[in-house]
Design a protein around this ligand. Structure first.
Ligand code: SF4
Length: 344
């Protein structure tokens, strides 16, 4: 679609290509790879033809030569060389510039999306540096519906933020900090370097490693075994939960504390979980100037306070006395009939 829009507008003098020429160009540049069936490919191809026909009808009617098409730019952002391509730049009657970026997104863009779109902001930076003319209009062109969605140019603050972002990203790249972030367009053109895809792309040719002791190579067998163990564990956990409940119900109904198998015995216990009531602890610690140290009753910070030598013993005792049962858990203690304990 991008190539066709470029072909349509990249004429040396008007008129633009005829519809037949545009559709012929489309046919010649069609790529068949990536479709699941010939039927799917045919459907997409017909859909593309429809879009292009509407595109041609709209733009051939009031065709105007653009200032630039698929314009390659190199700009300087505080000594950082920044490169990109702008789909189309038009010169407006006012003398300012209009930037158009073609998009094949499914959904039409919202106003919020348009106003925050970083690509358009960077294009404005580039165009104003390149032509020394003000950008007055920014457009995302929704190819599927042939709808241009436009907004006025960015203000100075947004341009400065984008400039700063370029500098920050360049700085991180210089420091080799560029963590992969998965997104809708993955895998990109560099899957063999990406931590999310490198394994998939290197399975036939594992990379040499510089480490003295190479890690154990993980291949398809290990992955499948792990996945299958996960499934088994889940099934076992479900079975364990059902059995656990049956044993507890039995112990409670028969008023028994221990049940016996041929090799194991299981003791049924009710275990009290103790902790602190926030209101009570706060009422005590606040006047002592210690409440902030446990920030909103963080139980681990409270424990630290109790082991802090600088805190007076009577305060510690008072805190300890506030300890209370906050819940009760049922536990089954599994034991081999001779030794070794194991909790569930
Ligand atoms: S494949 Fe990896 S490197 Fe490429 S865009 Fe996705 S996360 Fe980033």
């Amino acid at each position: 679609m991008h190539l066709c829009a470029e072909f349509f507008f990249r004429v040396k003098v008007p008129p633009p290509p005829t519809l037949e020429e545009l559709l012929q160009f489309y046919e010649q540049n069609w790529r068949s790879a990536g479709y699941e069936s010939t039927e799917e490919e045919a459907n997409y191809k017909a859909y593309g033809r429809e879009i292009l026909t509407a595109f041609w009808e709209i733009h051939s009617r009031d065709f105007r030569m653009p200032l630039a098409v698929e314009k390659l730019f190199y700009i300087d952002v505080d000594d950082i060389k920044f490169r990109g391509f702008i789909d189309r730049v038009d010169k407006l009657e006012s003398g300012g510039l209009s930037i158009v970026d073609y998009k094949t997104n499914k959904e039409l863009f919202t106003a919020d999306y348009l106003e925050k779109d970083l690509q358009l902001t960077l294009y404005q930076l580039a165009a104003e540096q390149l032509w020394q003319l003000p950008v007055e209009k920014l457009t995302l062109y929704h190819m599927r519906s042939n709808t241009p969605v436009s907004c006025p140019s960015r203000g100075q603050m947004q341009l400065n933020d984008a400039r700063q972002l370029v500098l920050d990203v360049a700085d991180k790249i210089n420091q080799q900090i560029f963590p992969a972030t998965e997104n809708d367009y993955c895998p990109c053109d560099f899957p063999e370097h990406c931590p999310y895809y490198r394994h998939q792309y290197s399975q036939n040719a594992p990379e040499a490693t510089d480490t003295e002791v190479p890690p154990i190579a993980i291949g398809g067998d290990e992955i499948e075994r792990y996945a299958s163990l996960q499934v088994q564990i889940k099934a076992l956990q479900e079975e364990l939960a059902v059995l656990r409940q049956e044993i507890i119900d039995y112990c409670e109904a028969e008023d028994m504390k221990r049940v016996y198998g041929t090799e194991s015995e299981i003791t049924y216990q009710m275990v009290d979980i103790t902790g602190y009531n926030e209101e009570e602890v706060r009422a005590f610690l606040e006047p002592e100037g210690l409440w902030e140290r446990v920030t909103g009753l963080d139980q681990s910070r409270l424990k630290q306070l109790l082991t802090d030598e600088a805190v007076a013993q009577d305060i510690k005792n008072r805190i300890q006395s506030l300890r209370q049962i906050i819940s009760t858990q049922k536990r089954l203690l599994v034991k081999k009939r001779q030794n070794e304990d194991k909790e569930t």
